[in-house]
Design a protein around this ligand. Structure first.
Ligand code: ADE
Length: 229
């Protein structure tokens, strides 16, 4: 998968070079290209923002650098990319979104800052790819960078080959609409706390039904919204 990220803080994405995703980049499973939005400006101050028409607080990102950046990263695209703008005003990012996007061959992420990006940029981007405005959750971050880091990690680990043991992707929170069951390892007793005996019983059927029950109980307690959806 090819991923282009456009941001005024490109060094934030240096963190993608470590761990599993870093390995996926060196083995070629993930081709991540990070671009500095200011490289697409032409004035001495490399200006990317301006005051909003109609007044109001804050600054808005200018359309011209975005237009040039999007033209550049989609120019030699082999397929129509999905162009994602992280935004608290977007659709909610879920495990299902991550699954869907993990099948795309080219993702472009545009990180907004300040009060947002000039609205015409989204309309223009629609000519270059399939535009999605996506929110990580119902809270406001200072910019899209941290949201993109989270999305790239959630999507990247679903690409076949990125996670060494694909079975570890099956039994985890949100894959079946429930939270994950609790896990334990050795020793069987630690600081007077025992591992639930059923896990030491060797009875696979009993273990499976205990885990299912734990998933339901946790989900009922912590995330009842997942059961009523
Ligand atoms: N940018 C600012 N807040 C955000 C959020 N909650 N999700 C995605 N992008 C954002």
């Amino acid at each position: 998968m090819r991923i282009d990220v456009v941001s005024i803080f490109p060094t934030i994405f240096d963190a993608l070079e470590v761990s599993l995703l870093g390995k996926a980049r060196t083995t070629g499973l993930l081709d991540v290209r990070v671009h500095d939005l200011r490289d697409y400006t032409h004035d001495r101050h490399r200006t990317v923002d301006d005051t909003p028409y109609g007044g109001g607080a804050g600054m808005v990102m200018k359309p011209e650098p975005w237009g040039e950046a999007l033209d550049d990263v989609t120019r030699d695209a082999e397929s129509r990319p999905v162009i994602i703008f992280p935004s608290p005003a977007g659709e909610r990012f879920t495990q299902a979104t991550a699954r869907e996007l993990s099948t795309a061959s080219h993702l472009v992420f545009g990180c907004g800052r300040y009060e947002g990006i000039d609205e015409r940029v989204f309309d223009y981007a629609d000519e270059l790819g399939d535009v999605r405005l996506i929110s990580l959750g119902d809270y406001v971050l200072n910019g899209g960078e941290v949201a993109v880091m989270a999305m790239v990690e959630a999507i990247g680990r679903l690409i076949p080959g990125v996670v060494g043991n694909p079975e570890s992707l099956v039994e985890e929170s949100h894959e079946d609409g429930l939270l994950e069951y609790p896990s334990f390892t050795k020793p069987a007793v630690w600081r007077e706390r025992e591992v639930p005996p059923v896990l030491l019983s060797g009875n696979h059927g009993a273990v499976a039904s205990w885990r299912r029950e734990q998933q339901l109980e946790r989900t009922r307690e912590r995330r009842p919204d997942l059961l009523s959806d």
